[in-house]
Design a protein around this ligand. Structure first.
Ligand SMILES: *Cc1c(COP(=O)(O)O)cnc(C)c1O
Length: 399
């Protein structure tokens, strides 16, 4: 049973969640409902659940109490009415795209995207007769560039901000307004910012997607995704996509996400503080040509970032002099920073987008998206930032 509570601040809500209902045993932490099906009280009860006349659980692909708690918490943090959890971030994005678009339809997306999303958009969806119309980064904040790509068969607009891996910032309100005018849905991948730093729905976005694998989990131990939006849209995605295609989140994973979420606020504050410090330090390094971090006044969209984000996040990228070879040397010589894709974990992760996460792009597509050969991406962890800097400094000396 949900208990009515006053509205607490975001930080308190992140710790306590939205539902303090007491379980039968009085567990302080929600139990894991690790069950495939739920037993009906009798034949009439089962029939009433199937007919939708009674609330209750039937089967975990349809709904599960632990997964439901995770969904409710994300919906609340994103200031949306409802959420749908999925088995991965890619499953969340595919669910939204394939629910909204049918063969012959198209959508507009920013070019600088997570590598898997780019592959889904430009390769897989094409096999379903759904066309991606890409907006290059230098035009991503131009309303004209967006609307010129929209026609009567445009079902949605999709963007990532901050974008992976260049940390480009896109003005969400501009895209949301263009979408509304043309009767399309505005979708934002909010993985990099997290609901703690940015709430796209308050800027007009209709649907927000996350790879929960990253900051929401926060500990590099679980894969999952989540979609949030209106109650009507979430029911549609659940019924038209999840029930039939089946990429649901495991109750155990939902429990891990609820566990990770409790520390989202303090983790994000430390990630932001460390990233800022490392970005400043990188700017003073002789071997560094350019630093990409939305918190720097030199970032081309710093002002937009300032208005739509509460702080600038824990992700940054930089280019070193000496191109790909120098980049490889750095990745081979760091000792503290871990050479791995993924992001948003407690430990600092380093990777080379051109050969790793963005190898799904052709070289020309990649350069068009602003991802140079020598670009290095850093997911700044929550360690003492001085140790991150001295680790990088040691590697820089080997170039
Ligand atoms: C990781 C990531 C995804 C994909 O999520 P998975 O959980 O790996 O499927 C999508 N978008 C962004 C921005 C990501 O970082």
């Amino acid at each position: 049973m949900a208990i009515r509570r006053p509205n607490y601040s975001r930080k308190t809500e992140i710790v306590h969640g939205t539902d303090r209902g007491r379980s039968e045993a009085g567990d302080l932490v929600p139990p894991i409902h690790m069950t495939s099906a739920f037993e009906f009280k009798n034949a009439d009860h089962g029939a009433a659940l199937f007919a939708g006349e009674k609330d209750g659980y039937i089967y975990t692909r349809i709904a599960n109490p632990t997964v439901g708690r995770m969904e409710a918490k994300i919906a609340r943090l994103e200031k949306c009415a409802a959420a749908v959890a999925t088995g991965s971030g890619m499953a969340a994005i595919a669910a939204v795209a394939l629910t909204l678009a049918k063969p012959g339809d198209n959508f507009v997306a920013s070019t600088t995207l997570y590598g898997g999303t780019f592959n889904l958009f430009t390769q897989r969806l094409r096999n379903f007769g759904i066309e991606a119309r890409l907006v290059p980064p230098e035009k991503a904040n131009s309303r004209q560039a967006i609307t010129s790509r929209i026609d009567a068969r445009t079902r949605f607009l999709f963007m990532e901000t901050p974008a992976n891996p260049t940390l480009d910032i896109i003005d969400i309100a501009v895209w949301a307004d263009a979408a509304r005018t043309h009767n399309a849905a505005c979708i934002v991948d909010n993985t990099f910012a997290t609901p703690y730093l940015q709430n796209p729905a308050t800027l007009g976005a209709d649907i927000v997607v996350h790879s929960a694998t990253k900051y929401i989990g926060g500990h590099a131990d679980v894969i999952g995704g989540v979609i949030t939006g209106s109650r009507e849209m979430m029911s549609r995605i659940r019924e038209e996509y999840l029930h039939s295609f089946g990429p649901v989140m495991s109750p155990f994973n939902a429990w891990l996400f609820l566990r990770g979420l409790k520390t989202l606020a303090i983790r994000m504050e430390k990630h932001c503080e460390n990233a800022r410090q490392v970005a400043d330090w990188l700017q003073s390094q002789r071997v560094v040509r350019k630093v990409y971090y939305p918190g720097l006044a030199t970032h081309p969209n710093h002002q937009v970032a300032k208005t739509q984000m509460r702080a600038f996040g824990g992700m940054l990228a930089f280019e070193v002099k000496g191109g790909i070879q120098a980049g490889k040397t750095i990745m081979d010589k760091v000792r503290l920073c871990r050479l791995a894709v993924s992001l948003g974990d407690c430990e600092t992760l380093i990777q080379h987008p051109a050969s790793m996460t963005h190898s799904t792009y052709s070289r020309s597509e990649r350069l068009e998206a602003g991802i140079n050969d020598g670009l290095i991406r850093l997911s700044v962890g929550i360690e003492n930032p001085v140790d991150i800097e001295s680790d990088l400094e040691g590697a820089f000396k080997q170039i």
